[in-house]
Design a binder for this molecule. Structure first.
Ligand code: NAG
Length: 394
């Protein structure tokens, strides 16, 4: 009997190990602090906006591919390139160009456009880049960055599927060391009726700059049952004129938690914001997504939409402190909508109890979010998302 139990145990350990080695695609750990040896920059970035957070590939991995968030040309205000993701793979596996296990990192991203397919280096890692930028158009519509080309370590060149306004600038320097391992982007905040440019400039690694997202708000919704591990992340607001009418959750399920050996349940909340003058009932095609801090585990679930109106109040399901047992803190969330009398509930986990409802928004509805997330504890007990508060706008 003893023998059988120890067999089971060693089997679990082996599965656990394999998963943590290959975990890059499943639960990329964001690390702001990974050491790097140089910064690559180009001279032709636009001057608008503020730098986002630096995001680094998980330790031991390097960027071997990238994808772009691109808005196709429209009649109104064009923004062209809105975001860049790096896809990072393990040094020991960078031999093929088809990867199943990779970690994706991105810095700030604009609100428009869709992500294109990933372009991979045939072998090796990304080592230098070139940016296609449109010069300021005076009274015309500015787009700033339009496209990017990367060079791979064995010499091949990959061009993104961006847009084609403007001109290519010069090459950045080439990486000293193995390859590109982090990214920082400069994004212009939405300008309301003004002229939006979205992605302006791009640098590999660098200092950390503050985002200030300064849409005015009317009230703040809070609940009383949040836990207190971690610190409040940055506030993120829907673009001006837009309100949250849907949400999605990042949840670590039972299977992932079993393999990792720690339950974190709810890891992140995204609000999906629409412009009510453009459409009035879901499901919505055009929306902007905002999130505050997010934990390292779990997968994003499908979006839940109000069938009409906006999110106006919420309730949090929280597990109280478990002493020496495994804590999960926040497990699930639900919202009431302003349209019909309707409640939309996330598919989170079911430990703990629902707390009291927040107040109901004065003004139109929820337009911003701030989350409290606990940083990864290493060998300690992780709880990920602990508390959330929502902003309401007129
Ligand atoms: C939200 O809706 C539920 C179910 O209809 C209701 O019991 C609850 O009081 C509502 N909360 C608020 C804040 O209006």
């Amino acid at each position: 009997m003893h023998h059988f139990i120890s067999m089971m145990f060693s089997l679990l350990v082996i599965i656990g190990l394999q998963v943590s080695v290959e975990s890059a695609g499943i639960r990329p750990e964001r690390s702001f602090d990974r050491h790097y040896s140089s910064e690559l920059m180009v001279q032709n970035g636009g001057g608008w906006g503020s730098w986002g957070d630096r995001e680094m590939c998980p330790t031991g991995t390097y960027a071997a591919g990238f994808s772009l968030k691109v808005e196709d040309p429209i009649d109104g205000d064009d923004t062209a390139l809105n975001g860049i993701r790096l896809h990072c793979v393990d040094l020991s596996k960078a031999l093929s160009h088809s990867y199943h296990n990779y970690a994706s990192v991105r810095s700030d991203v604009g609100s428009w456009g869709r992500w294109t397919e990933i372009k991979w280096c045939p072998s090796g890692f990304l080592t230098a880049f070139q940016l296609r930028v449109e010069k300021p158009q005076g009274k015309g519509d500015d787009t700033a960055a339009n496209n990017i080309i990367f060079k791979c370590s064995r010499g091949s060149v990959l061009e993104g599927r961006g847009t084609s306004w403007g001109d290519w600038g010069g090459w950045s320097q080439t990486c000293e060391g193995t390859g590109i391992c982090g990214i920082m982007t400069r994004i212009e905040e939405p300008q309301g009726n003004g002229d939006d440019t979205a992605l302006n400039d791009y640098v590999i690694a660098g200092g950390r700059f503050e985002r200030s997202i300064s849409r005015p708000f009317r009230s703040l919704l809070t609940v009383h049952n949040g836990m207190r591990w971690g610190s409040w992340g940055q506030k993120e607001m829907c673009p001006t004129g837009m309100y949250a009418t849907g949400f999605s959750l990042k949840v670590a399920g039972m299977w992932e938690s079993l393999l990792v050996g720690d339950n974190t349940a709810l890891n992140g909340i995204r609000l999906h914001c629409i412009n009510p003058s453009k459409s009035s009932s879901g499901p919505y095609e055009d929306y902007a997504t905002v999130q505050s801090d997010v934990g390292s585990w779990g997968k994003w679930s499908d979006i839940k939409w109000c069938s009409s109106g906006f999110l106006t109040s919420f309730q949090l399901r929280v597990e109280p402190y478990q002493g020496t047992w495994d804590d999960t803190a926040a497990n699930n969330i639900r919202f009431n909508c302003s349209g019909k009398t309707e409640m939309v509930q996330g598919s989170g986990m079911s430990w703990g109890e629902w707390g009291d409802w927040s107040e109901t928004c004065g003004g139109k509805g929820i337009c911003g979010i701030e989350t409290m997330v606990e940083q990864p504890q290493g060998v300690g007990d992780d709880t990920a998302l602990n508390d959330v508060r929502m902003y309401c706008c007129d």
